[in-house]
Design a protein around this ligand. Structure first.
Ligand code: CAO
Length: 444
């Protein structure tokens, strides 16, 4: 009977952490330092590596669990320390019966074992004098930066080995988390992409010495610009963009908003037109599901989303960021206004929490507080549309018998023409305009 090693949560500090990924399944062969699970706290994400060579027997945690130091992760059926184990070797060792009595017996026998040797880089496996052998170890790696990509340290390590820039990889995991297989698909598609001369390679931009023409200053791009630049370029190149411009009459909406601004203030929130736009956008997305969708990577399906998480473009000193406000369909105007205030402040102060930049199904970019009129926002792929909103202006509008002053809001919907055609786009903006001009429609 192979011995069972109990693998538990190492010292991760005082705060419990969430299990965001279980990277192994019962029966999987693991080597020393193979990642078993990924934990995420408010401050960091970390992989918990295997302390020994073996085969996963029984997993005691699942995605979403909150765990603390000492909690049992899994039991590992021990195998000789000979590097990656061969499946045949395990068959020879025989499976551990699933009933608890035999497991306990195996665990008890493990207590009598001296600590097994592990490689210098591997975590230590300590014998617990009070009970079965318990493996504890330090987290493999800690990532402090969540703003760029959403991937476990093991995936980051794998990408580094292959020289893959993770900001270019689309994640297929929960919350668009990047998994090993996404890195593999990225490499595969890069290798099979048409070579130069077949139309896929952009001509190089010439290197110019601008100092020949006058004084210059070289200023470093901000971290956000360095991350968002390639994303914007990828979106621009992949999605054939069209922008539909339109107007919405928000005269009554603004009167309603202003009439409630004192009430909002008393609740400690600032009610701007954006909260109304978010609710109206969700109404339009519910009416036109393909606008709240993504193209499947198989190129044959559209993934229609049953959730309404809106990305909101926020202007920061270091560049543009797009935090996500979730479940907009289930929130009221004051709740949205409060969340908008909190999220935009957190974005500007660089205090967004893990996951707050992922999972949007549609994005709104509002320049209304600054000015301008129609513009062409870039679709935040893999979403298929983005709504640009500029500053409302009072205009003379013909009502059939006379011109009346109406407050008109410029709307610009950029969309991926592979998914949305012009007719749907203009129906979407018309519908949105009707909702904004008569908010009672939100009740229908
Ligand atoms: N028309 C007229 N006035 C508007 C308006 C509009 N469409 N939108 C906002 N306003 C007003 C607000 O009511 C507020 O007025 P008061 O101060 O008199 O009450 C003022 O403009 C400032 O609003 P705000 O910008 O602080 O708040 P917001 O909710 O409209 O926007 C946020 C929040 C975070 C989206 C915004 O601050 C921001 O960063 N916008 C820039 C986004 C960006 O850069 N997009 C470009 C990306 S390229 O695609």
């Amino acid at each position: 009977m192979a011995e069972l090693i109990r693998v538990s949560i190492p010292d991760i500090g005082d705060e419990p952490a969430a299990v965001v990924e279980v990277l192994v399944s019962p029966g999987d062969a693991v080597a020393v330092e193979d990642s078993l699970i990924t934990l995420e706290s408010d401050k960091a994400s970390m992989d918990v590596p295997s302390p020994a060579v073996g085969r996963v027997h029984d997993i005691k945690v699942k995605t979403g669990d909150r765990v603390s130091e000492g909690d049992l992760i899994l039991t590992l059926e021990e195998a000789p320390e000979t590097g990656p184990i061969e499946p045949e070797a395990q068959v020879a060792a025989g499976p551990v019966p699933p009933d608890g009595s035999q497991e306990s017996a195996a665990e008890s026998s493990a207590t009598e074992q001296a600590p097994r040797p592990v490689s210098a880089a591997a975590p230590a496996v300590a014998a617990d004098p009070s009970g079965p052998e318990v493996a504890t170890f330090a987290p493999a790696h800690i990532e402090e930066d969540f703003s760029s990509v959403y991937a476990s340290p093991a995936v980051r390590r794998y990408a580094r080995e292959l020289g893959v820039d993770l900001t270019r990889v689309r994640g297929s995991g929960r919350g668009e988390r990047i998994l090993n297989k996404d890195v593999q698909s990225y490499v595969k598609s890069a290798l099979t992409a048409p070579a130069a001369g077949e139309g896929s390679v952009l001509p190089a931009t010439p290197v110019i010495d601008f100092s020949k023409f006058g004084p210059i200053e070289r200023r470093k791009l901000s971290r956000i610009q360095k991350i968002s630049g390639p994303n914007l370029q990828r979106s621009w190149l992949h999605a054939p963009h069209v922008t539909q411009n339109d107007w919405a009459d928000i005269t009554e909406m603004e009167a309603f908003r202003k009439a409630h601004s004192d009430e909002a203030q008393a609740k400690g929130v600032k009610l701007t037109p954006l909260a109304f736009l978010m609710k109206a956008a969700v109404a339009a997305l519910e009416e036109f599901p393909p606008v709240n969708a993504s193209l499947d990577s198989d190129g044959e399906h559209l993934v229609l989303k049953g959730y309404y998480h809106l990305g909101i473009a926020v202007d920061t000193e270091d560049g543009l960021m797009v935090p996500v406000i979730r479940d907009v369909d289930r929130k009221g105007l004051y709740e949205l206004a409060a969340e908008l205030g909190e999220v935009s402040a957190a974005t500007r102060e660089g205090k967004l929490k893990p996951g707050q930049l992922q999972g949007a199904s549609f994005t709104i970019s509002s320049l209304g507080g600054i000015g301008g009129s129609h513009f062409s926002p870039i679709v935040n792929t893999p979403e298929v549309a983005i709504l640009g909103v500029a500053r409302a202006v009072t205009q003379p509008v013909w009502d059939g018998s006379e011109f009346r002053p109406r407050l008109m809001l410029p709307l610009s919907l950029s969309y991926d023409h592979r998914v949305i055609d012009g007719a749907m786009a203009v129906r979407f903006t018309s519908y949105l305009g009707r909702v904004l001009s008569d908010l009672r429609r939100l009740l229908l």
